[in-house]
Design a protein. Structure first.
Length: 160
């Protein structure tokens, strides 16, 4: 179950995803929050330049590895507009980050994009739990997934 603080962080992720779209990137945004509730790092997708590893969740993992100790990483929460891709899930697991809360799932996004006629991704969208274990994972949440869907439709308006 998510609380009001979780909802606030998820809304920020959706807002960051909208910023990503406005700057020519795919609509994804993520926030790293300490166990005390402090926002430590936030970012949005930056793949518009051609480097498809510039995902916000991967940036969070890098930042956490360089700026947090093991215990603080384990008790932090990553909020994100879209479920981690396999690359980001692996980075999350290797760095030892804690709880994940996501607005929309990889399965939802795959369905939305297929409905728009967007070709399938080269990397299969797997559930986070197929990549890492021993992590609390919560999502999707319809109140935010519907907002994320609108962003994906805007992002892919040339298809379909």
């Amino acid at each position: 179950m998510i609380d009001d603080a979780d909802r606030q962080h998820l809304q920020r992720c959706v807002d960051l995803a909208a910023q990503a779209l406005e700057s020519g990137n795919e609509p994804f945004g993520s926030v790293l929050v300490s166990s005390d509730g402090d926002v430590l790092f936030e970012d949005h997708n930056r793949i518009g330049g051609g480097d498809h590893t510039q995902h916000p969740k991967f940036a969070i993992a890098r930042w956490a590895a360089n700026n947090m100790d093991v215990q603080d990483r384990a008790t932090a929460t990553v909020y994100t507009s879209g479920e981690h891709c396999p690359m980001c899930a692996a980075a999350h697991g290797w760095v030892g980050l804690g709880r994940i809360v996501y607005a929309s799932s990889a399965a939802q996004m795959t369905k939305w994009l297929a409905e728009l006629g967007v070709p399938a991704f080269r990397v299969r969208p797997l559930p986070i739990s197929d990549v890492i274990s021993d992590t609390t994972i919560e999502g999707p949440f319809d109140e935010f997934a519907s907002q994320v869907r609108v962003l994906h439709v805007r992002s892919n308006k040339g298809y379909g």
